[in-house]
Design a protein around this ligand. Structure first.
Ligand code: ADP
Length: 469
């Protein structure tokens, strides 16, 4: 009847507004490459911060010895230890201990936070080393700190701002490795922070340890970000700085990318307006796990407000973030004839009951549209990086050499639950890469899933930056 026609109309509007034709994706690719260029040219030249990392040499697979790492970047915190064989990228042994950061430490003082971290590390080391001879030696530590930093060297950086629910007043503007170093000293730990990196940089390091063709890393989890290896002479804002390798890893902070070519809907505008950081992280809000579920909730809410196909408006549906991205994934991948998983989640998460199969199919379709757009935009972002470094087969933004260099095998390390756990997201991302690049080029581009890349990679960087060898 009439109401069904209205719902189908809203679905059509959504599909149109979320459209990501290859033509549009190519515009996003170009915009990404242009913004990267602008962000490298000057401080504040783009919404892309393009942060210098001072990482100029990536692990090769020949690193040797025992190294530790700390990974702080969200609600989970990891302490790691790796033992490296010294050749053929062999990790002889690795231990990862995960724990949650107590809520009160996320908004307390930096001393309390770092004391907690140092104590965790101390207990971890005591358990692992069991009072062996090793314990008297100086140890080297990689520190993954996934908040925007202005780095001054590979092992030091100043916190620009907190994100992800952290808010420790007295730390913004402070040197991050120094805060940790002081806490380690208070615990009597003889340890030195030799690499201070962002999670994407750790992931790139792990990717490169296994495969020397790895030139970029992307994380698509709660948030999204990317880094890549740039030529030092292309980093105009770091004029005068020389590296022996001629390159440096750049942390894009791509979650904040914006372009008028992005397919923006009324739901995006509302989601942004209701977020604690409006006008910030626009690309991230279209792609990452923190937001996809809430986008779907907003679409269902709109349909529920305009018609009664979802029954009376449930109060859960009105409440932000009641539908999670894992729930969207579970509904999307429901292949049962009666869509029983969709039914279960609608009831369990949103308190919507007794909807017909037709309506359950509609919900599945909404999940599909939203996830497909997210995955295809992430693919466009990746091709943007490839274009910037002349690996997209087009000759590069600076008009680089158009020859076989453009069809060199290129590996991108990927980490994060959306890519690792959500098969439809991954498939749509691969499909879009093929469409944008064309099969001939795409077959030379390998996406490689890593595990614990942020932390393991930081330990590997501590090894490759080691001052003790
Ligand atoms: P991090 O918080 O470090 O980014 P993850 O990479 O695991 O960690 O990402 C967590 C995010 O991924 C959460 O926002 C969650 O919504 C989403 N997520 C977790 N599991 C799945 C899944 N199976 N399908 C889709 N999204 C998922």
């Amino acid at each position: 009847g009439n109401k069904w026609r209205r719902v189908v109309g809203l679905l059509r509007e959504l599909e149109e507004a979320c459209e990501t034709t290859v033509g549009r994706l190519r515009q996003v690719v170009d915009a990404m490459a242009v913004e990267m260029h602008a962000g490298l040219a000057s401080e504040g030249g783009s919404k892309l911060k393009m942060l210098l990392t001072f990482v100029d040499n990536l692990p090769t697979g020949c690193e040797k010895g025992t190294y530790y790492a700390l990974d702080l970047g969200g609600t989970n915190f990891r302490v790691l230890r790796v033992q490296l064989g010294g050749e053929n990228s062999s990790i002889v042994d690795q231990d990862v201990q995960r724990q949650r950061i107590p809520q009160h430490l996320m908004t307390g003082t930096s001393e309390d936070l770092f004391d907690f971290i140092a104590l965790s590390l101390l207990q971890f080391i005591e358990r692992k080393e069991n009072g062996s001879e090793q314990s008297k030696q100086m140890r080297e530590l990689g520190f993954t700190f996934s908040f925007p930093m202005k780095q001054t060297s590979v092992s030091s950086g100043i916190l620009i701002k907190w994100t992800k629910g952290f808010a420790i007043e007295n730390m913004v503007g402070q040197e991050v490795a120094g805060c940790l170093q002081q806490a380690l000293a208070r615990r009597g730990l003889n340890m030195r922070v030799t690499a201070l990196v962002n999670d994407t940089v750790g992931t790139l390091a792990l990717g490169h340890y296994y495969d020397a063709d790895t030139v970029a890393a992307v994380i698509i989890g709660t948030g999204t970000n990317a880094c890549y290896l740039e030529r030092i002479d292309a980093i105009i804002k770091c004029q005068g700085h020389l590296t022996t390798s001629g390159g440096m890893v750049v942390n894009m902070e791509w979650g904040n990318f914006w372009s008028s070519h992005l397919p923006r809907t009324s739901y995006d505008i509302e989601l942004d307006a209701g977020s604690p950081n409006p006008n910030d992280q626009g690309f991230e809000k279209m792609i990452s796990g923190m937001y996809l579920g809430d986008f779907v909730r907003r679409v269902i809410l709109k349909m529920s407000q305009e018609t009664d196909v979802f029954g009376p408006i449930s109060s859960k549906l009105l409440e932000p973030f009641t539908l999670s991205t894992p729930s969207v994934a579970a509904m999307h991948e429901d292949d049962s004839p009666e869509l029983t998983e969709v039914e279960r989640i609608l009831k369990h998460d949103l308190e919507i009951q007794d909807v017909s199969l037709k309506v359950r199919k509609l919900v599945l379709k909404i999940c599909d549209v939203v996830t497909r757009r997210a995955a295809r935009l992430a693919a466009a972002g990746i091709v943007g990086i490839l274009k910037k470094i002349g690996r997209d087969g087009s000759g590069g933004i600076a008009g680089g050499r158009r020859s076989d260099i453009n069809i060199r095998r290129t590996v991108v390390a990927i980490e994060g639950s959306l890519y690792a756990e959500y098969a439809m997201f991954r498939e749509y991302l691969h499909e879009a890469l093929n469409e944008i690049l064309g099969e001939d080029i795409a077959q030379h581009v390998v996406l490689r899933l890593t595990e614990d890349g942020p932390g393991i990679g930081a330990a590997l960087l501590a090894a490759s930056q080691s001052t003790l060898r």
